[in-house]
Write a protein that binds this ligand. Structure first.
Ligand code: KIV
Length: 272
């Protein structure tokens, strides 16, 4: 059952900040298309991320690297059309902001102008500081993303838990503080030890949004298709499946195929 508060008309970055201040956990999910974004929004999720995980989930790529800015804008535009309440955050895709801060600004402005989204997300810490500052300077709210940053997967070499070692944990803490200081409104913490999440969340005033980061983040995010159980193969420890849509969908389609073959569908009542 959703705890959707009908008094909140539209979720803004200020509402997200207030939720942390009040100690209320923040719910976030991905969406990439109109139909599912409508359901996610109506169910009361506060943040809808048009994640570059669309590269894996929607296009079947192995990584998030191939998705383009145009493709992200297409997904974001469909989601924005559906959403009445949630804050819509859109990933700046790989290659659209790392080059220099002017490129980052151009990419963020395209997303905001062409999709009507409310904010962008950028992966990384000190390495992308100037780009984030430039985007923020144009009045575009930015969500940071630290820990396992999938756009750097070829640098990491694996999707294993990040920042288990003291030096990496220390850098993550410093990066998180830096993101807060320059004006990010929230930061995603992906696949890091729960104790580190607690430490970061307690030392920041902006909200942390965890995925595979334990219970102490200020909010949680999952990839919608994972939560719905559409993909049976992906089963990391952090994933809780709330439905078995793989079973429901394959059974429904199998039933349809049988009915067509058996001349059971359409019936006389379903004909004109
Ligand atoms: O692209 C994505 O879906 C994400 C979330 C998993 C945080 O970045």
């Amino acid at each position: 059952m959703s705890v959707h508060n009908p008094d909140i008309k539209r979720i803004t970055t200020h509402v997200i900040q207030e939720l942390k201040s009040k100690g209320e956990k923040i719910s976030a999910l991905t969406a990439y298309d109109y139909s599912l974004a409508r359901l996610v929004d109506a169910a009361g999720v506060e943040i809808i991320l048009v994640g570059d995980s669309a590269s894996n989930v929607m296009a079947g790529h192995e990584t998030t690297l191939p998705i383009t800015l145009d493709q992200m804008i297409y997904h974001a535009t469909s989601v924005v059309r559906a959403v009445k309440r949630a804050l819509v955050v859109v990933d700046l895709p790989f290659g659209s902001y790392q080059g220099n801060s002017s490129e980052a600004l151009r990419s963020a402005i395209r997303i905001m102008k062409e999709s009507g989204a409310h904010s962008v997300k950028m992966e990384g810490g000190l390495e992308v500081r100037e780009s984030i500052i430039r985007v923020l300077s144009a009045g575009v709210p930015v969500m940071g993303h630290l820990g396992l940053t999938p756009q750097s997967i070829y640098k990491f070499g694996t999707y294993a838990v990040r920042a288990k070692e003291e030096t990496e944990a220390q850098k993550l803490l410093e990066d998180a503080k830096m993101l807060e200081d320059i004006g990010c409104f929230a930061v995603v913490l992906e696949k890091i030890p729960a104790a580190l999440t607690k430490q970061v969340s307690e030392s920041l005033t902006i909200p942390t949004i965890g995925i595979g980061a334990g219970p102490d983040a200020d909010g949680q995010i999952l990839v919608l298709h994972d939560l719905l159980g559409i993909n049976k193969e992906f089963k990391p420890r952090f994933l809780r499946r709330y439905a078995d849509l793989h079973g429901v969908i394959t059974q429904a389609i199998g039933h349809y195929v049988d009915d067509v073959k058996d001349r059971e569908f359409p019936s006389k009542e379903e004909a004109y």
